[in-house]
Write a protein that binds this ligand. Structure first.
Ligand code: ADE
Ligand code: ZN
Length: 350
């Protein structure tokens, strides 16, 4: 940590909200708020198995990852037209900009949509148009990462990647998500090798519910640059040394981990330990419409629960910028902005 900010503890929440940050782990389908699910269902004539927004929201009581995914895929069934994907991404980017997110690397799950007959073009072009508009209108840098659903076959993932190549310029990387247990990273070795040969960035969910062995194989078999979640790394000392030594970023999602019962409560979340062990941990929202908050809410709640201070805040924001796939010129400008915000909060009488 290069800055040692002398910032009054009562100003920490304001600082957490004001600091520029990159969000590196957000599933765009997980930003569909119940109100928008109902509005799109009405617009598209899709029947929902819930009577009201309140009834849907009250179904958001999850016991594990799978219990969430079942509802999350049902919610995504209202997305049919390019404008639907645009509206969803635009709403997320407006909220992200309000949270002082300067860079968003947005996951999307094309197989969830193409399996229902929605063309790949509809998905990718709608999302990309929202990213372009957000840059122009709000100055936020946003790009897309295509995720493969790990409960499906590698053949399906390979076919999805080939289909998406018609839009190669519209996404920057590939990821791996959905049901982790029983679907280890090595199941997707060939499709990740193909993506690497195409010059795409590589990330994968690993060590959310799954064991440290899945983090090792995401690194060594898939060759990923970042690990999504990765909180189970703490059970493997050699893995902790590897992650710290190579500065491999973990995109941690505190409210998600709480809601999916990965930790019994936020006070027992290991973000602080990961950070203090020298890992490049970051804070992200995962599926904010389902887990109770966007990225600033994740910062506020996990800081309140674990007693982290302004030094941790600076390190987390700096890690998010360093770990992003943005160009070095943008990253340098955001680092300067970050230090300017901390200097403003540290100034006497500020
Ligand atoms: N898809 C959306 N959210 C996810 C999560 N937390 N883990 C795995 N797959 C997901
Ligand atoms: Zn995720």
């Amino acid at each position: 940590m290069t800055l040692s900010p002398n910032i009054a503890p009562e100003r920490l929440p304001e600082l957490l909200c004001a600091m520029p940050k990159a969000e590196l782990h957000i599933h765009i389908e997980g930003s569909l708020e119940p109100e928008m699910i109902f509005a799109l269902a009405a617009r598209n004539g899709v029947a929902l198995p819930y009577a009201s927004v309140e009834a849907l929201r009250s179904a958001y009581a999850f016991t594990d990852l799978q219990s969430f995914l079942d509802i999350y895929y049902a919610g995504a069934s209202v997305l049919l037209h390019e404008q639907d994907f645009y509206d969803m991404a635009r709403a997320y980017l407006e909220r992200a900009a309000a949270d002082n997110v300067v860079r968003a690397e947005i996951f999307f799950d094309p197989q969830t949509h193409t399996a229902r007959g929605v063309p790949m073009a509809t998905v990718v072009q709608g999302l990309h148009r929202a990213c372009v508009d957000a840059r122009r209108e709000r100055g936020i840098s946003a790009e897309l990462i295509l995720c493969f659903l790990r409960h499906l076959s590698e053949e399906d993932a390979l076919a999805t990647l080939e289909e998406a190549l018609a839009y190669r310029a519209l996404f920057i990387g590939v990821g791996l998500d959905s049901s982790e247990l029983g679907h280890p990273p090595e199941k997707f070795a060939r499709v990740f090798a193909r993506a690497r040969a195409l010059g795409l960035h590589l990330v994968a969910h690993a060590g959310e519910e799954g064991p440290p062995a899945y983090i090792w194989s995401a690194l060594d078999v898939l060759g990923v640059e970042r690990i999504d979640h990765g909180v189970q790394a703490q059970h493997d000392a050699a893995l902790m040394r590897r992650l710290a030594g190579e500065r491999i970023a973990l995109t941690v999602c505190p409210l998600s981990n709480q809601k999916l019962c990965v930790f019994p409560d936020l006070a027992q979340h290991n973000l602080r330990q990961l950070l203090e062990a020298g890992l490049c941990a970051t804070v992200n929202s995962d599926d904010p419409a389902y887990f109770g908050g966007y990225v600033n809410e994740n910062f506020l709640r996990v800081f309140a629960a674990t007693g982290m201070d302004a030094r941790h805040a600076w390190q987390l924001a700096r890690n998010s910028i360093d770990a992003s796939f943005a160009g070095e010129t943008d990253k340098q400008a955001w680092r300067t902005q970050l230090d300017a915000v901390f200097a403003r909060f540290a100034a006497p009488g500020a």
